[in-house]
Write a protein that binds this ligand. Structure first.
Ligand SMILES: NC(=O)c1ccc[n+]([C@@H]2O[C@H](COP(=O)([O-])OP(=O)(O)OC[C@H]3O[C@@H](n4cnc5c(N)ncnc54)[C@H](O)[C@@H]3O)[C@@H](O)[C@H]2O)c1
Length: 456
């Protein structure tokens, strides 16, 4: 079998544009993963406030909250005016970071105080633990604010549904943090699969997020930074350990399949263009002790696509980092592996697959060893000699971290009414899909979905 690297470098752009035309895209940054790799705030230019800035607050200034703030700081016309976090340690850290960039954000421990005081806000980023997403997002939308809410939308489907309903009722935007939905690399892959049919008929999917123990062990906290017991209790945590390691507990999280799996199983639903019919899963707390959620989950989803049945395997492990994270689509003409980590990815052709004309072009470019030529070719690739604004924008997005692109999609929707790439309805469908894997493990059997279950 012939293997084609699918790194989607600038040169690969040329390879694929010849085939797919406008809309081909590539990516260049290693993607933020859960327990996000933080962008260096030093790279962000300082800006002075402007009257038409969008005024933004963050609720939950932890690891991901800080990552989103750093990404939002790179976006023109965004001004942070408030930070809310129940933990003084993270609250003060975030306010200080913002101050470095001349964003004077007021600190709040309680989101209700923030909403009662800050009457000039346009939008809120919610990056608190999953179990309070609904409470925070719904209150913000009811206060007239647009919301970017991290995934998992909620560990409770009834609450996730309420979030969608609140968004409709208040007519406020609700973007869910499945950032691959804005990633040009994924849009490009989807185009190659659906329009160019590069894989032929897809029959299987295979994906994983394997994380070793170094990323799965207990999360601690700085000496002397403990929250007092009364505050912990007020916000629903018995101990500092539960507060910091909320992902382990059913009250606060949907477990690994929601925390990590949701990003990738969302891609199955998106690329196969339908939610699944069934799921069967196995999982357990086999390695760690003192937790509630499983430390490994293995699932098989069955889809009925227009082209025929697809069986989709997915695993998430806490004990091995082997192979890292990816999603693979296997078809009768080829297989595509894609990942948010752009060092991972390739297309493998089956022998029966027809040769694509761009394979010769790319071989020529390889021989020339001039990757910069791709830029030139890209520039000439305009239908009727005109610039294609969509392609131009996608190419520009390739140099940005994925969370920044997803935030930009949200802020553009507020400013220009452009569509959200992951509205609440999409987040809800994904939540229904992934949380059913936990039900399957609990009942030790297959769960069948009713198509109505995915709708709000
Ligand atoms: N999209 C992604 O790539 C990605 C990556 C990592 C995390 N996440 C999501 O981001 C969210 C936060 O995850 P994290 O890793 O940053 O967790 P974290 O524990 O580091 O941060 C959570 C923060 O929320 C604060 N908090 C808790 N309860 C609160 C409340 N009631 N009001 C205000 N603040 C509260 C905590 O003090 C903490 O600072 C989760 O929903 C997680 O699933 C998404």
């Amino acid at each position: 079998m012939e293997e084609i690297k699918f790194t989607l470098s600038r040169r690969d752009f040329v390879r694929s544009v010849a085939t797919v035309g406008a809309g081909a895209v590539l990516s260049s940054s290693v993607m933020g993963q859960e327990a996000a790799k933080e962008e260096k705030p030093q790279e962000t230019p300082k800006t002075t406030p402007k009257p038409d800035d969008l005024k933004v607050a963050i609720i939950g200034a932890g690891s991901q909250g800080n990552n989103l703030v750093n990404n939002a700081l790179k976006i023109e016309g965004i001004r942070f005016v408030a930070v809310c976090d129940i933990w003084a340690f993270n609250l003060n850290r975030q306010v200080k970071i913002l101050k470095k960039f001349d964003h004077e954000a007021k600190p709040y421990a309680d989101y209700q105080d923030m909403l009662a005081t800050e009457k000039d806000l346009d939008a809120v980023i919610v990056a608190s633990p999953d179990w309070v997403h609904a409470e925070h997002s719904i209150a913000c939308m009811k206060a007239g604010l647009h919301v970017y809410c991290e995934k998992e939308m909620s560990n409770d489907l009834a609450k996730a549904k309420e979030m969608v309903l609140a968004s409709r009722e208040t007519k406020k935007l609700l973007q869910i943090g499945h950032q691959r939905r804005s990633n040009p690399r994924y849009h490009h892959a989807l185009k190659m699969i659906t329009k160019d049919k590069i894989l032929g008929r897809i029959t299987h999917c295979n994906g994983q997020w394997n994380r070793g123990t170094s990323q799965s062990d207990e999360i601690g906290w700085a000496k002397g930074a403990d929250m007092d017991e009364a505050s912990l209790k007020k916000y629903g945590y018995d101990t500092m350990q539960r507060f910091r390691n909320w992902r382990w507990f059913r009250q606060y999280s949907g477990g690994l399949i929601a925390d990590l799996g949701s990003h990738q199983i969302d891609i199955y639903n998106w690329f196969l263009m339908t939610p699944p019919k069934t799921v069967i899963a196995s999982g357990g707390l086999d390695y760690y002790k003192g937790r509630e959620w499983y430390d490994n989950v293995l699932t098989i989803y069955e889809y009925a696509t227009e082209a025929g049945p697809v069986r989709a395997y997915y695993q998430v492990l806490n004990t091995s980092s082997f192979g890292n994270l990816y999603e693979t689509f296997l078809g009768d003409e080829g297989t595509m592996q894609i990942s948010e980590d752009d060092t991972i990815g390739k297309i493998i052709k089956e022998p029966r697959a027809k040769k694509r004309e761009w394979e010769d072009d790319s071989a020529e470019l390889d021989k020339m060893g001039r990757s910069e030529i791709s830029l030139k070719v890209g520039e000439t690739l305009k239908a009727g000699g005109k610039k294609d604004a969509v392609v131009e924008q996608m190419v520009a997005n390739l140099s940005k971290p994925p969370h920044q692109v997803h935030l930009e999609n949200f802020f553009n929707a507020i400013r220009n009414g452009t569509p959200l790439s992951c509205p609440g309805e999409v987040g809800y469908e994904t939540a229904v899909t992934v949380l059913a894997a936990n039900d399957s493990i609990a009942k030790k059997g297959m769960v069948e979905f009713n198509p109505e279950q995915f709708k709000v």
